[in-house]
Ligand binder design. Structure first.
Ligand code: KG4
Ligand code: ZN
Length: 399
């Protein structure tokens, strides 16, 4: 165990997808700065993240973003105790920018380098805020739903010792999507309906105006194959014994497409797409968007969201119950969804479980969560070696 905590200042760096982010966090819990340069508008033209453009933007942004994070925190490079960086999962070229920069910085400063799994970061975004609000600590084990544009995972998380001593965390992956991530389904359905990118905020806002029971979308059983020896492929590698609570969101996306075709909605979708393309002032929250949608479209949107949130809720609480979790954490971009927060809170209250969500700023990708997740590793002296590389398919914990 490392005795010298210094002043506990960790610089976090995150560049796994389309946000270049840097943050200075003290003692794993107090964010002194949290700077995010989003490339959202750049990728919006393409309706999704373009990897080559993302890497180039990270290269352009990384130095000014780190400088800004230090300046807002009012600290110098010399004040830092360690540099933490996202190792994966994510886009290879994008990850490489953050990792290469962090390695060079750590080498130049003579300070340890800590590698962090992006998914662990999302979980720690919430734990950090719970601590910051001086709420009662989350009782362990906790069940974490990490739900974003790239991920839909359930983890059972525990600490090897007590949280007060900041012992290392361990995770078991007890559920994951077998195809699309939930956020990806939001983005694809929004695109299909002629709405903006990313789709989540548009659907979230418009769903308020529709009837969630108008279209009865369903989720069938999921066929998760346990591969035999020698049959493992990338998506279906070895899984531990015990129950798994998996997800599948590609079916509902196809069901929405079929509904659109069966109800002759193409023409109105293209009119909406053209209207939005012609007026960049219209955002997900503008009243004008509602006027661009007829009632059938609003009902379809509300029904889609009702079904997706319902499925996330069902799997999460079934896992919590089966695995004896005492609390629930929801994190990642989709955790910003208002219906999800409302229904998850109500279900947790009904079951007497402590539930926590990140603030909106910490629900999407950021670097404060990377520095926070690095803190127990810093205390335990779990440092990255000089040959740290990007791990685009990195998994978290036991599968
Ligand atoms: O965590 P994040 O910023 O990046 C990834 O790691 O993917 O998540 C982005 C995802 C997008 O798919 C976006 O549509 C979704 O989060 N999202 C939402 C909402 N805000 C963002 N989904 C549903 N409701 C929202 N309010
Ligand atoms: Zn993320």
């Amino acid at each position: 165990m490392r005795k010298d905590r210094g002043t506990g200042l960790i610089l976090g760096i995150e560049s796994s997808c389309d946000e270049t982010a840097a943050a200075v966090v003290r003692g794993g819990g107090e964010a002194l700065s949290n700077v995010v340069a989003s490339q959202m508008s750049l990728h919006a033209n393409y309706g999704g993240v373009v990897p080559e453009l993302a890497s180039r933007e990270h290269l352009r942004n990384i130095v000014p973003v780190v400088r800004e994070a230090l300046s807002r925190a009012n600290v110098n490079f010399a004040d830092l105790d360690a540099v933490a960086v996202t190792e994966g999962p994510g886009l290879a070229g994008a990850l490489l920018v953050g990792i290469t920069y962090a390695k060079a910085l750590s080498f130049g400063l003579g300070k340890p380098l800590i590698s962090v799994n992006h998914l662990e970061g999302h979980i720690h975004a919430v734990l950090m805020e719970v601590r910051g609000r001086a709420e009662t600590a989350m009782e362990l084990p906790l069940l974490a739903l990490v739900v974003s544009g790239g991920h839909t995972h359930l983890y059972l998380a525990r600490q090897q010792g007590s949280e007060a001593r900041n012992e290392l965390w361990s995770y078991r992956n007890v559920g994951r999507t077998v195809d699309d991530a939930a956020g990806e389904a939001y983005d694809k359905v929004a695109k299909l309906l002629g709405l903006g990118y990313p789709g989540g905020p548009w659907i979230d806002a418009l769903a308020l105006h529709g009837n969630p029971r108008a279209v009865p979308f369903g989720f069938g059983p999921i066929n998760t194959r346990i591969p035999q020896d020698g049959m493992a492929n990338k998506k279906e590698s070895f899984r531990s014994e015990g129950p798994h609570f998996d997800f599948s969101f590609s079916g509902i996306k196809t069901a929405v497409l079929r509904y659109v075709e069966a109800h002759g909605m193409r023409a109105s979708i293209e009119t909406r797409r053209a209207a939005l393309a012609a007026d960049s002032e219209i955002t997900a929250k503008s009243a004008a968007v509602v006027e661009l949608c007829d009632q059938k479209t609003l009902d379809l949107i509300a029904s889609f969201q009702y079904a997706v949130v319902g499925n996330l809720l069902k799997q999460t609480f079934a896992a919590a119950e089966a695995l004896g979790a005492h609390s629930v954490v929801v994190s990642g971009g989709v955790a910003a969804n208002s219906e999800l927060r409302r229904r998850f809170q109500a279900e947790a209250d009904r079951r007497g479980l402590h539930i926590a969500f990140p603030s909106l700023a910490l629900s999407t990708d950021n670097a404060a969560m990377i520095a926070a997740a690095a803190w127990p590793k810093f205390l335990s002296g779990e440092f990255a070696s000089d040959d740290l590389g990007a791990s685009p398919q990195l998994r978290l914990g036991q599968q």
